[in-house]
Design a protein around this ligand. Structure first.
Ligand code: NI
Length: 174
């Protein structure tokens, strides 16, 4: 396993719609392992393949927050939402590609998602709470959408301008 560099917004690769994964290969398993390691190391609760520059429909997540609870790493390949609740929840979201910026985003409270597992089988499960928010946030990434795209244009442009400056300062340091 190895850590992968995480792309920072703005980056054209974070704006693209990713094509589906055609089959579970060793390369896909290796990518998923690397993404989980990168996510836990960051640390974060979710990471999508395009965030490490891999244009494929795949994300990882683990929303276990309690320190005494066992980790629950999940890998979702070709995920799709099969049902959304009518009621919404608002969470303060962040993103490993937009570090140190947070904003309230409203999304359906519960969703049902279907995906291909690394075992090659189709899985379907209902998510609620932080898991539902995270799964929708990560699925957005596979469609080239960031959480700031759910905000108004002024807030979005402010964060984008700060990120451009942040990236410029980082590039100068290295
Ligand atoms: Ni994100």
């Amino acid at each position: 396993m190895s850590l992968r560099p995480i792309l920072l917004h703005p980056d054209p690769r974070l704006k693209k719609v990713c094509p589906p994964v055609s089959s579970i290969t060793d390369d896909v398993r290796r990518l998923a392992d690397d993404m989980l390691e990168t996510m836990y190391h960051a640390p974060g609760v979710g990471l999508a393949a395009p965030q490490v520059g891999e244009m494929q429909r795949l994300f990882v997540m683990d929303c276990i927050k309690e320190e005494n609870e066992a980790p629950r790493p999940m890998v979702l390949v070709n995920p799709e939402i099969t049902w959304k609740s009518d009621d919404n929840s608002t969470y303060e979201e962040g993103c490993l590609s937009i570090p140190e910026h947070f904003a309230d985003v409203t999304r359906p409270s519960r969703i049902r998602m279907r995906w291909l597992g690394l075992d090659g089988k189709t899985h379907e499960q209902e998510f609620d709470g932080l898991w539902a928010t995270c799964a929708q946030h990560e699925l957005d990434h596979l469609d080239g959408k960031l959480f700031i795209d759910h905000l108004g244009p002024i807030k979005r442009q402010l964060i984008t301008r700060k990120m451009i400056k942040f990236k410029r300062d980082q590039a100068r340091k290295t």
